[in-house]
Write a protein that binds this ligand. Structure first.
Ligand SMILES: Nc1ncnc2c1ncn2[C@@H]1O[C@H](COP(=O)(O)OP(=O)(O)OP(=O)(O)O)[C@@H](O)[C@H]1O
Length: 372
């Protein structure tokens, strides 16, 4: 059986001295990248993955989605075993082919043929297996006489052809890839795409990090949305893209009131460390903060639907539940961009507070001068 399991995996990168200052500055500029997890003298710790629990099983074709710096590549490297978790653990069964950083590790002084053999051995092929395949790999690269020359004479496109041809000659259980196939001429891309389809079809698990929705929809049957090193949503590709598209735009979240009610967040937003919606899905909702629409999350303490979403850290499902119930809760203040749907029905599977528990109609919070 092939699988990968991550249990509470965190990755912190130490950054030293003057670089540390510029990284600190850069992190403060980025609203959706990772955060600083600690500062110790000249050393700053950057948190790239934050307590991830994930499971990949037979038949999973998982797309990793998210803004720049969300943690997709770091996650691929953890899955490949390139990075050991700072804390938590990764368990894996099955052979792995990493299809990212694929030109790394070539010996630039040796010939293309030598490197086919070296890379093949690295990927787990035996020498007879490589020898059996060397001609077909060589022919796929279309590099001809160049294959007898040292790699330092190759262009980056030629290196990529070679790396691609060898990496896809194995038959792994698990494929981990970044979107890198766009490099090369159109003739090569066409042939590479056909070879890749066959390569993927033979695998049991695929994890693909990509900014291309078309590619993810074409190849994947599941998706994971990442942000600030965490999982913001996971499930079907439709579910995750639905959430991604409405990122920062849900009628049940009122950024202005959320910031007015939470000065700590307002401060972070002014410094561009986070965005209101991002803060809510990553922190606020789990800390029991109101989404700025007047309702209190304590009403969801005994709600199995909300609590199950919380257990799975599925902010999208938790927000869906709030959206479904909030208009019927005492204190609900409809955000300006919310229109009451004509067919809105009070959910039957929610235990609404009785009148005695009703909150007083809240007064809108004092607005502080923040950007959202
Ligand atoms: N070696 C490293 N040292 C320090 N910080 C790092 C290192 N690698 C990644 N990071 C930081 O970790 C965070 C996650 O980076 P990662 O490359 O995983 O993001 P990503 O989602 O793949 O982004 P992109 O879509 O731009 O490729 C970023 O803020 C990045 O700056």
């Amino acid at each position: 059986m092939t699988y990968i399991q991550l249990e509470d995996v965190t990755i912190d990168f130490p950054i030293y001295s003057t670089v540390s200052r510029s990284i600190r500055h850069r992190l403060l500029q980025g609203a959706v990248g990772s955060g600083i997890s600690g500062v110790e003298g000249d050393k700053t710790w950057v948190r790239a993955l934050d307590h991830l629990d994930l499971e990949f099983r037979d038949g999973d074709r998982v797309g990793l989605v998210g803004h720049n710096g969300a943690g997709k590549t770091t996650l691929l490297r953890v899955l490949a075993g390139v990075y050991a978790p700072t804390s938590g653990r990764m368990r894996r069964a099955g052979t792995v082919a990493p299809l990212f950083d694929i030109s790394l590790g070539f010996d630039m002084e040796r010939s293309g043929y030598d490197n086919i053999v070296l890379r093949g051995l690295f990927l787990g092929l035996t020498r007879p297996e490589i020898e059996e395949q060397v001609d077909s790999i060589a022919s796929f690269t279309e590099l001809g006489a160049y294959l007898s020359m040292p790699l330092r004479t190759y262009s980056s496109g030629m290196l990529l052809r070679l790396a691609f041809a060898v990496s896809t000659a194995v038959r792994p259980d698990i494929i981990l890839m970044d979107e890198w196939i766009g490099v090369g001429d159109s003739h090569f891309i066409e042939r590479a795409t056909a070879r890749l389809d066959e390569f993927i079809a033979g695998s049991s698990i695929l994890v693909l990090a990509s900014h291309s929705e078309t590619l993810i929809r074409e190849v994947c049957n599941k998706a994971i949305l990442m942000g600030q090193g965490r999982v913001l949503a996971q499930g079907s590709v439709d579910h995750v893209y639905g959430y991604y598209r409405h990122f920062g735009d849900t009628p049940f979240f009122n950024s202005e009131d959320y910031l007015a009610e939470n000065p700590d967040v307002a401060d972070a937003v002014v410094k561009d460390v986070t965005a209101p919606w991002l803060h809510y899905t990553i922190h606020g909702i789990w800390e029991g903060r109101s989404p700025g629409n007047g309702i209190e999350l304590r009403y969801f303490d005994g709600d199995p639907v909300f609590q199950s979403a919380k257990q799975r850290s599925d902010a999208a499902a938790a927000m869906d539940r709030i959206a479904e119930v909030a208009p019927f809760l005492p204190g609900f203040r409809a955000p300006a961009n919310w229109r009451r749907p004509a067919n809105l029905r009070r959910p039957l599977n929610f235990s609404f507070p009785d009148q005695g528990d009703a909150l007083e109609q809240p007064t809108p919070p004092q607005r502080s001068n923040t950007r959202s």
